[in-house]
Design a protein around this ligand. Structure first.
Ligand code: SN0
Length: 312
């Protein structure tokens, strides 16, 4: 892989999942690959799992890591071409990306959407500007519309826990007090279209994701119907895509409970709001695999960084 901006950069998803799982047996097998190489991780937004697991993955591969909260600690960056920079922004991405590229061998970026302008968020300006002006490979650590490392993690987790050849997987919208991005459900949906699962999305009317993402995936508005015989239930909130970035529904009846979960395993990308998105009883039960899922963030990041190191 030359870069990892989205799932399309993976040439062989099934092989990558298997490779990630096999890396767990001996995480230091490829320690030589990253010798004298550095990853620069730039965060425009908060992070716990992504920040720690990507550092751990890089270190397992023998890399050094540089981490920066670029929004709060760096110069305010300008992304518009030709802009007259006489207001707030101090440094243009053209210089910033070119300079950072001289210090590191891979640049990883986290940049959430503004959730006010659908078209602007869809353009992925921050991620794409780094790709354009950096001279080293770029990795997406959650952008405005995609979180491919999370989706790869989720596929690894389902593969490890699945009891049947073609498990039923349900992505179930959940209430939340804040407007959240579409990146996680977008990438999860795309990944479920790539692996052999019976996939259903359930959400209230008006919460349809981008139809260019959901394509032929089944949407069932009746949550109870959607959850029937599920093997994996992935709860996640997202704000409305149609009425872009708006919280239109906070109906607590959409929260995941043990009764609704049935026999299924429970998944969530974390962080999760207890007793809003999902009941304590679910998270505290044996059916919840969110901690094992989070552990797979290292495996996903490691297999991606390994492939990039091998190909650059
Ligand atoms: C992010 C999201 O995309 O939904 C990151 C998930 C990996 N989640 C949040 O921003 C949750 C914030 C909150 O206040 O609960």
């Amino acid at each position: 892989m030359k870069q990892f901006l989205d799932l399309e950069d993976i040439p062989d998803v099934q092989k990558l999942i298997e490779e990630a799982i096999s890396l767990k047996k001996d995480p230091f097998e490829y320690e030589h690959l990253g010798k004298h190489k550095t990853i620069g991780m730039l965060f425009f937004n908060s992070s716990l799992r992504t920040r720690l697991s990507t550092q751990k993955a890089a270190q397992n591969l023998g890399m050094k890591t540089i981490v920066m909260n670029i929004n709060s600690e760096g110069w305010a960056l300008e992304f518009e071409d030709g802009s007259i920079m006489n207001t707030n922004t101090a440094e243009h991405i053209k210089e910033a990306a070119a300079v950072v590229s001289q210090f590191v061998d891979i640049i990883a970026v986290r940049a959430f959407p503004g959730l006010t302008d659908k078209e602007k968020d869809g353009q992925e300006q921050i991620l794409k500007s780094f790709r354009k002006y950096a001279s080293v490979p770029v990795v997406n650590m959650e952008s405005a519309t995609a979180h491919p490392l999370q989706a790869l993690t989720d596929a690894i987790t389902i593969t490890e826990f699945q009891q049947k050849k073609r498990p039923k997987v349900v992505l179930s919208w959940a209430p939340h007090p804040k407007a959240l991005p579409h990146a996680v459900p977008n990438s999860f949906t795309k990944m479920m279209q790539l692996i052999d699962v019976d996939f259903v999305i359930t959400h209230p009317k008006g919460y349809e994701l981008d139809p260019k993402i959901t394509k032929e995936s089944k949407i069932e508005y009746d949550q109870e119907e959607a959850l029937k015989d599920a093997d994996f239930v992935y709860s996640k909130n997202w704000s409305s895509y149609k009425n872009y970035g708006k919280v239109e529904n906070t109906d607590p009846n959409w929260m995941m409970t043990l009764e609704k979960l049935g026999e299924a395993r429970f998944m969530h990308c974390l962080p999760v709001r207890r007793n809003v998105v999902v009941a304590d009883k679910v998270l505290d039960s044996e059916q919840s695999i969110v901690i094992q899922q989070a552990n797979n963030r290292t495996s996903a990041a490691q297999v991606v960084l390994k492939r990039i190191l091998e190909n650059n």
